[in-house]
Design a binder for this molecule. Structure first.
Ligand code: XMP
Length: 582
């Protein structure tokens, strides 16, 4: 696979590996001679945060197309193949971010085993408007007429992403490409072997040295801790830091849980330090960097006390992928334009003295859960919903204050209680300022079309983080207030998804759409409930909820907390929004 810097490069790799296809990621400039020497059976051109009309867009060796081996271009790869063969790539009428409905020719070998209508996941601004001469269109969506093409069933391009879990049958397409079209042989990948090798690797690297492991109590760090303790036993010290941004009662729970697992544990209450360092900080990445730096300082203190040379972290693949800047994508730190600085990756200070070990950095969340089960972690940890390292700071817009943290903690208990019934992959409350920058007439008219009632659409003043076409965006939040709140319940879920797609696709600076469920005049803050279904947290779809129940919760929260001016439920997919607010 030629890496053009797309955020899903590792998803493609994982999907193929799990299906038993041997795959190697190489720089997009790789020489065709090298590919020939390696005897590759087929080539994938990944997506990337570029347009073929950028100044000096990344491109592959044109000889590649003369080798006679199968080639599959995905997203940017699809546009690049079309462009290099004389097709026409253009800016789409509007971007497509998230779910889209695909009509396809399932007689083509690439689509064997699929229905003629499938759901697919998109994240792009440009589209192939006219395919090159001789290329046949084999799939379309309402926004991309050329959603897939082929030249003689050997060269293929797909505008959508078959590698993400929200293209439910995308894995079939990748399997068809590898086995039916390229004729690859199948090999086995298994968790048993991974576990054995990971433990051996830690043992070998650390020998008799001591290590500290940062444990938040989440599945990643708990699994990494158990794996590391299997490797180095009592030479491992687990450190849990309360940064003052944990949920209600969480640190107490985590400490008791880690003790039960039999780990050496040091607990540090650093809440005042973190909160005072965050005072007045608005910018999302600044918050993340401050938190990352303070975490490391605290770890280094404990490491000095216990004589540890190593820091072990439960970093997983998406943390690395999303934290990596475009220019660094060809280093071993991962792929993808910068989406978020995860405190445990890009947040690490350059002068860190501890040696770093990240035994899970190749895995996605569902694989970590499988590993956790294999290591015997109790179900309430292995199946636990993720909670980000920077904690509630990821869910507060604008500066983090003790007042906001206390309010969000209280509200979050109620929101989690309500959303738990749907068993989403992740569910929580976020706090924004109840300040409106203005109205959005376009969003209102899109919403009115789907909700069939008069709608007021407001743009909030706060910015939040989104992801569009493999690139990070600092975007706006739109809240939709329908005249008849019952229209949320009476509108089909698919239409609500179409609506948010249209809003984020039509307005470049918007990355979140919120269904307002209760509001009143005044109140400094607004609460946005979020619940998403996802497998690997790289793409996500809002969980289908009962809006009438949620409205009642909203009313009750507004009655109990006079600081609140509105309550809503976020209906945006990832992309265009990320899961967390910032
Ligand atoms: P986003 O918001 O990027 O989140 O769509 C994807 C998943 O990662 C979690 N997340 C983090 N986890 N440190 C973490 O340990 C972080 O800085 C961080 N940021 C996001 C998020 O909760 C979701 O599950």
């Amino acid at each position: 696979m030629l890496d053009f810097g797309g955020q899903y490069v590792r998803n493609i790799e994982r999907t193929l590996l799990e299906k038993g296809v041997s795959v190697e990621i190489v720089d997009y400039k790789v020489s065709t001679r090298l590919l020939l020497r390696r005897g590759v059976k087929g080539v994938i051109l990944s997506g990337g945060p570029y347009s073929v009309y950028d100044k000096n867009p990344p491109t592959c060796d044109p000889q590649l197309f003369r080798l006679g081996i199968p080639i599959l271009g995905l997203c940017y790869g699809h546009q690049l193949i079309a462009h290099l063969h004389g097709g026409l790539v253009k800016k789409g009428r509007r971007g497509e971010y998230g779910f889209s409905e695909l009509s396809l020719d399932n007689r083509n070998p690439l689509f064997h085993g699929l229905s003629s209508k499938e759901i697919c996941w998109m994240s792009h601004g440009d589209v192939v408007e006219t395919p090159p001469k001789g290329f046949k269109v084999i799939a379309s969506t309402p926004e991309s007429e050329v959603a897939a093409y082929t030249l003689e069933n050997r060269i293929y391009g797909l505008q959508f992403h078959p590698e993400v879990s929200h293209t439910p049958n995308g894995h079939v397409i990748l399997e068809n490409f590898a086995f039916k079209i390229c004729g690859c042989a199948r090999f086995e990948w298994d968790i048993e072997r991974f576990t054995f090798e990971a433990v051996e690797k830690v043992k070998k690297a650390l020998g008799n040295a001591r290590a500290v492991i940062a444990v938040s109590g989440g599945v990643d760090s708990s699994t990494a801790a158990l794996l590391a303790s299997k490797a180095i036993g009592r030479n491992l010290t687990a450190v849990h830091i309360d940064h003052g941004l944990m949920r209600e009662g969480e640190s107490v729970e985590v400490v008791s849980l880690l003790k039960k697992l039999g780990l050496n544990l040091v607990f540090v209450d650093a809440s005042e330090r973190f909160l005072s360092a965050l005072e007045g900080v608005c910018e999302s990445d600044k918050k993340r960097l401050i938190i990352g730096k303070l975490f490391i300082e605290e770890f280094e203190k404990v490491a000095r006390e216990v004589g540890a040379e190593w820091l072990i972290q439960g970093t997983i693949a998406p943390d690395v992928i999303e934290s990596t800047r475009g220019e660094a994508r060809r280093t071993d730190r991962g792929h993808g334009g910068l989406i978020k600085i995860h405190h445990n990756v890009a947040g690490l200070p350059s002068g860190m003295k501890l040696k770093l070990m990240e035994p899970l950095s190749q895995l996605f969340k569902y694989q970590v859960r499988a590993l956790a089960r294999k290591l015997g972690l109790p179900a309430h940890i292995s199946e636990r919903q993720p909670f980000p390292g920077p904690g509630l700071a990821c869910r507060i817009a604008g500066p983090v204050t003790a007042e906001k943290v206390t309010l969000l903690r209280k509200v979050n208990v109620k929101v989690e209680e309500e959303l738990e019934r749907y068993k989403p992959s992740q569910y929580f409350a976020m706090l924004v300022n109840n300040l409106k920058a203005g109205e959005s007439k376009l969003s209102a008219s899109i919403a009115e079309k789907h909700l069939e009632t008069h709608v007021k659409a407001y743009v909030l003043q706060d910015e939040s983080v989104g992801v569009k076409g493999d690139s990070r965006v600092l975007g706006r939040i739109i809240t939709l207030e329908p005249e008849d709140c019952g229209s949320w319940s009476s509108t089909s879920w698919i239409n609500i998804l179409r609506m948010q797609n249209e809003v984020t696709g039509s307005i470049a600076e918007v990355c979140r759409v919120v269904a307002s469920l209760a509001w009143r005049d005044g109140g400094k803050y607004g609460v946005i409930a979020r619940a998403v279904d996802t497998l690997d947290y790289m793409t996500a779809i809002p969980t289908r909820v009962d809006f009438a129940r949620l409205s009642r919760l909203g009313e009750s929260l507004l009655n109990h907390h006079e600081e609140l001016g509105f309550f809503g439920f976020e209906v945006t997919t990832k992309p265009a929004a990320t899961i967390e607010l910032i």
